[in-house]
Design a protein around this ligand. Structure first.
Ligand code: LR7
Ligand code: MN
Length: 555
């Protein structure tokens, strides 16, 4: 939900009968954020699989990706939604469809209408058909957690795995029922799944939340690789082998499929633009970012090239089981939903691994505007707390940027719980700094350690004061000293900044866009000297030019 909506140019896949393409365009906050800094995306976009050619291929044994597919001969070619085509709700069913929407926050009526084993168009780039994978790929356990998932949607997810994964690679599919309340997800689900020997249903006896539910699945998994999926997906043709191939080639690697879009409105299967990286913007909002055209051209990137990502979306990925446990899995202090993708992404990169999107692996996912299940505690607070835990453990000094963009969380640091185990883990794994991550993995993220700096000038008097840094924690900082109100008269002085006390904070608004309108720093009634000194404080006023200050530069 929320900022996690996959939104970008969406292209309806032409079906077998040549249906013309429709285009939907939406945009994310992340995309609307103007790009900062240089576009050195090439650094993170390069790095294709070493192709196995000639001799090596012969020695190890490789084959083309097996296209386990029902697309060519679907059971019922005339059924609605077949081939991933859009479906319309009949006029006389509009009310019903509308009333059922909230069962899953997508068009549940249509999901029930289309076959659970429908065909979808093979959306892989053409070059994928020629690619080779090893004969001895590792096996995988697929872990699909759900709470109150829509019946037909859950079944379609399961069928897509079973019918499009080579059986010898599928160790098992574990459905982790995170204490669902719906009756059909109890005996009826067990009975249905009993026809598939590889499917296991694990009913949790209390709500674990997605993060701990995944761990419950991981504990009992027997495959070499864990592959996590959401419970409203459709795996596309040949989706599994390219993921396992990447993990086989390097174990310290998380391989993600391209996440395509199953429309929440008409259930059509839509492909997405190529060359998208998983990124985040402050304060740690996940998003997608297109690799700039010039970078694509300069590096002659092909549609089939592996794309290295600063962060992953979180729901769909393969990771070697042993490696996942070496990394300490997820921080089990994370609650219910959210932020775990950031945690694992930082951990993987900073502790020596890498995260990639594998264009020859494609899985559709129903994107919806809101979670259809309830949160044990407040949703926003839960996610915010999770993100703050991640910031505290992984961001070093850059956590100030996180708090600067989510300032209200500064007051809630006491709620974060014990972080010592996570910090110890980071020590033990000898992980790199966040600065290293920024420089090497995500160089195009704007991450200035202070908001503004330089000569602080009063707009009314044009009086230039000392050089100050205005920090994300809103301190007016000069080296180790901070500007503070002093004495009863409310004049200013300098004092050691100390830790994270917020009583030293100064409000300074509308900075970057129109620096001449900055305001909020102290009211000087009788301006006489440089800061600090005789600048008595007064109530904030939008018009008092003595309260308006400008820094030398804004970052
Ligand atoms: O308490 C819960 N218990 C669960 O078992 C809450 C959720 N779940 C299940 C749920 O039924 C679903 O199958 O966990 C899965 C993920 O929950 P969603 O579908 O509500 O999440 P999402 O798709 O909105 O959000 C994305 O971010 C989440 C953050 O924690 C998870 O990492 C999701 O897996 C992730 N989904 C994807 O990456 C798919 C692409 C979306 C994007 C971007
Ligand atoms: Mn989902």
């Amino acid at each position: 939900g929320g900022n996690l909506t996959r939104s970008q140019e969406l292209h309806q896949v032409p079906g077998n009968n040549g249906t013309s393409a429709t285009h939907t365009t939406t945009s994310t906050a992340a995309q609307r954020t103007p790009g900062h800094g240089t576009s050195r995306a090439a650094v993170v976009a390069a790095g294709t699989a070493p192709e196995l050619g000639g001799q090596e291929a012969a020695a190890i044994g490789t084959h083309r990706v097996l296209a386990m597919d029902v697309t060519l001969a679907p059971r019922d070619p005339q059924a609605p939604g077949q081939f991933g085509h859009p479906v319309a709700v009949p006029d006389d069913k509009q009310e019903e469809a509308k009333s059922r929407w909230k069962e899953g926050n997508f068009n549940v009526f249509l999901s029930d209408l289309i076959p659970v084993d429908r065909a979808i168009a093979d959306t892989r780039p053409a070059g994928c058909l020629e690619q080779q994978v090893h004969n001895d790929l590792p096996t995988t356990t697929i872990i699909m957690c759900f709470v109150d998932e829509v019946w037909s949607t859950l079944l379609r997810s399961v069928h897509s795995v079973l019918s499009r994964s080579p059986p010898h690679l599928l160790q098992e599919l574990i459905l982790v029922d995170d204490f669902s309340t719906k009756d059909y997800l109890k005996e009826k689900l067990d009975a249905y799944m009993s026809q598939f020997p590889k499917v296991k249903v694990l009913h949790l006896r209390e709500r674990h939340g997605l993060i701990r539910a995944r761990l419950a699945g991981a504990q009992v998994a027997r495959g070499t690789v864990l592959t996590f999926l959401d419970s409203h997906v459709e795996c596309n043709v040949g989706w599994l082998e390219p993921l396992l191939e990447r993990v086989r080639l390097r174990r310290a690697r998380v391989a993600c499929p391209v996440i395509e879009v199953i429309s929440d409105k008409d259930m059509s299967y839509m492909t997405v633009d190529n060359f998208q990286r998983g990124i985040f913007t402050w304060p740690m909002n996940f998003g997608w970012k297109q690799i700039p055209q010039e970078v694509i051209e300069k590096n002659k990137l092909k549609e089939t090239d592996i794309i290295r990502c600063p962060v992953m979306a979180g729901g769909l990925f393969s990771i070697e089981k042993k490696y996942f446990f070496e990394l300490g899995t997820y921080d089990s202090g994370l609650d219910v939903w959210g932020g775990e993708n950031m945690e694992l992404s930082f951990k993987v990169w900073m502790c020596g691994g890498e995260i990639e999107i594998v264009p020859c692996s494609r899985v559709g996912h129903i994107f919806r505007n809101d979670n259809p299940y309830s949160f044990p505690k407040d949703r926003v607070r839960t996610v915010e707390r999770n993100l703050a835990r991640v910031a505290e453990v992984w961001l070093d000094d850059y956590k100030e940027l996180f708090y600067g963009h989510a300032y209200h969380l500064l007051q809630r640091r006491a709620e974060l719980g014990d972080l010592s185990q996570q910090k110890e883990l980071r020590e033990r794994l000898q992980c790199r700094s966040f600065r290293w991550y920024l420089e090497n993995v995500y160089p195009d993220l704007a991450a200035p350690l202070v908001k503004a700096s330089g000569l602080l000038v009063n707009v009314a008097t044009l009086h230039g004061a000392q050089h100050f840094n205005y920090t994300w924690l809103r301190l007016l900082r000069h080296g180790e000293l901070c500007v503070v109100p002093m004495g009863a008269a409310g004049a200013l002085g300098l004092r050691p900044c100390g830790g994270w006390e917020s009583d030293l904070a100064w409000r300074h608004s509308s900075m970057a866009a129109r620096p001449e309108l900055v305001s909020g720093i102290p009211t000087p009634h009788s301006p006489q000297s440089s800061l600090p000194g005789h600048w008595p404080l007064g109530a904030c006023s939008a018009t008092n030019r003595y309260q308006q200050w400008r820094f030398g530069s804004y970052h």
